[in-house]
Design a protein around this ligand. Sequence first.
Ligand SMILES: C[S@@+](CC[C@H](N)C(=O)[O-])C[C@H]1O[C@@H](n2cnc3c(N)ncnc32)[C@H](O)[C@@H]1O
Length: 311
Amino acid sequence: MNPLRAEAAPWEGARPEQLADRYYQATTWIYRRAWGSSFHFAPLRRGEPRPTAIRRYEDGIAEALGIRASSACLDLGCGIGGPATSIAASTGARIVALNSSLGQLGIMRRAGRATNVRSVGGDFGRLPFAARTFDVAYAFEALCHAVDLAAVFEEVHRVLRPGGALGFSEWCLTDAFDPRDESHAALRRQIETSYGVARLRAWPEWQAALIAAGFQVTTTIDRASGGGEAHEPWYRALLPRDTTLDSLGRRPTVRALEERALSLAERARLVPRGTATTVRVLRMGTAALVEAGRRGIFTPMRVVVATTASG
Ligand SMILES: C[S@@+](CC[C@H](N)C(=O)[O-])C[C@H]1O[C@@H](n2cnc3c(N)ncnc32)[C@H](O)[C@@H]1O
């Protein structure tokens, strides 16, 4: 893997509390192009297009959480609304989609999402809702950005009703990660740097924070390691060449042309300063994700269902 470059991406050096927002300010246009409206991984069946896998996964998580038409749900870190829109459509539930990135919320509002989805600006560490407002809270690859995870879980616990459920699919270091192994530590640092994550955590830390907040963990599984379903590696979605048409844009020649075009556009002030660096730093992150996935030291899909005590 390449070492960290001297050239810094626009979000590098931001204070931990501002890191995620600065990161998505610089990268949301790239996410939209690469991912559509849902910015998260999903278990892949052989040859399956990623959007199909993502939709199936979102519906599966909604089902695991028992979301139905009468449910009041909170989407924590909703991105531009892909998961909220599909879960609202498949279940009929009312969803409040929360995001600290006002830019992303603007995109979501302009797209005119479903009537049973309401978007709200805010930080999941300080939820702008009264106690016991929701039946279910869920997150896809958003809580990994939390600076104080214990505070986030306390807040989520507060706004859930008794017998409520929290579910998420999140980025996590696996048991195979060895902090004393310098190559593991370097991959971790590269992922954190490239994806605006203040600190990647291993599952025991997530679990301790959930329990300290009063949750009972009822299900936990690493979907990257199979979970009983025939699948391809999650990082297939990042490889320069795979069996799907999605990979055309990831071929090295296409990427080299793109990088050249971006540098020229930046010099001509057609795109903001730092755009070419942003793309390069993300590509270094992609390489680190693939390598960490191959070594099994990282998963983007630690799935958890946790509940609050009933009544
Ligand atoms: C990888 S994106 C996932 C978005 C969405 N869940 C999806 O799957 O499409 C992470 C999201 O978390 C949001 N986020 C990060 N930190 C946050 C915070 N403290 N409070 C609320 N949202 C946050 C980001 O703005 C971004 O929308």
